[in-house]
Write a protein that binds this ligand. Structure first.
Ligand code: HEC
Ligand code: HEC
Length: 297
């Protein structure tokens, strides 16, 4: 704050307070000559007469108390321009104190949990309920409040895992993030080829498809897709390439959706939470997710 505005505020605030005090003092002590209390002051207008009725004592006292209170407040807390107040209070300071208090309360709990292996921590109900709260605040936007996901966002409660369901893999997914890379292969396969491969992929999931097209598609699958999805189309967790035979779809299993996936490619992104949450919270979250993985198997 520039020193002009600083003094501008100080002078107006103090001027108002002292101005009211002076006014209060003089109106109270000015005296009314020899007119007695309750008698007419001699002014009358429109049938209304002014009587000598001074302010009650307690009322007067309230004014003085609020003046003293105001001055006391302004001495202790910020209010006069850039003056910080004797107590040095600030809203950011209060926030910091509350954060420090939370850190002192929860810090040791997080630390203890972070030192416990996930396989063991998963039996700790307190850790699971902390994990659930962290999940609601940080993950539910994408994975849904019940962790069942949505189109493009994997369900974390089933037994189908893009990147693996053991504690280390889950923690890695959350810590470092993941990004799936399904290349667009429409141009390489052509429209007909795309239809055929899509039919083949769907046939692996028990859909009834054009058998002729599917067998053509199988040949193309072996050329274009096995490098990532594997010979049996069961996927590859190192690449995040999904199992294409389990009837569980990240993007959809209709002929149209599978064709679209092959045509345009897909690139799902799971953001890294290492810097956002820190390892201790990620550890608790990984435990929460591992509990789903464990019970789904
Ligand atoms: C911006 C949206 C978004 C947020 C926020 C997000 N995720 Fe994800 N997450 C994804 C996407 C998309 C994928 C799938 C990535 C892919 O397709 O390769 C994923 C994948 C995962 C996986 C791997 C699943 C598997 O099948 O292997 C885990 C575990 C996971 N997320 C947990 C979490 C947790 C825990 C949080 C909260 C800290 C979180 N995610 C927050 C979008 C998100
Ligand atoms: C370079 C590796 C790679 C190749 C080659 C590849 N894919 Fe993929 N595919 C992936 C990855 C990774 C994903 C997951 C994308 C994501 O997480 O967003 C994926 C996703 C898919 C999906 C979506 C599955 C779902 O659950 O919705 C289908 C379908 C698919 N691939 C089919 C194919 C077919 C058919 C081919 C061959 C024509 C092929 N892919 C070639 C890596 C590959």
């Amino acid at each position: 704050m520039s020193s002009f505005w600083n003094w501008y505020i100080i002078i107006i605030v103090l001027g108002l307070i002292f101005g009211s005090a002076i006014l209060l003092y003089f109106t109270h002590n000015m005296g009314t000559g020899d007119i007695k209390e309750g008698e007419s002051m001699g002014h009358s207008f429109d049938g209304i007469e002014e009587l000598n009725n001074p302010l009650p004592k307690w009322w007067n006292l309230m004014f003085w108390i609020s003046i003293i209170y105001g001055l006391g407040y302004l001495a202790l807390y910020p209010g006069l321009g850039s003056y910080q107040g004797i107590l040095g209070w600030s809203s950011t300071g209060q926030w910091q104190t509350e954060m420090d208090k939370a850190e002192n309360t929860y810090g040791p709990i997080y630390e203890k949990m972070a030192a416990t292996p996930i396989e063991e921590l998963v039996n700790n109900d307190e850790a699971l309920s902390m994990g659930q709260r962290l999940f609601s605040n940080n993950c539910a936007v994408c994975h849904g409040s019940n962790a069942r996901g949505a189109q493009g966002y994997p369900n974390l409660t089933d037994n189908d895992w893009l990147y693996g369901s053991n504690p280390a893999q889950i923690k890695q997914s959350i810590m470092m993030g993941r990004s799936g890379m399904m290349p667009a292969l429409g141009a390489a396969l052509g429209e007909e080829g795309t239809k055929q491969v899509a039919s083949y992929v769907r046939s692996l999931n028990g859909y009834s498809v054009d058998v002729e097209a599917a067998s053509q598609g199988e040949q193309k699958f072996k050329m274009f897709c096995v490098a990532c999805h594997g010979m049996e189309a069961k996927g590859n967790q190192l690449l995040g390439a999904p199992n294409l035979t389990d009837g569980i779809w990240l993007y959809g299993g209709s002929q149209k959706m599978v064709e679209q996936t092959i045509n345009q490619g897909r690139s799902g992104k799971m953001p890294s939470h290492k810097d956002l949450l820190g390892e201790e919270k990620v550890h608790i979250l990984a435990t929460y997710i591992y509990n789903f993985a464990k019970t789904a198997e």
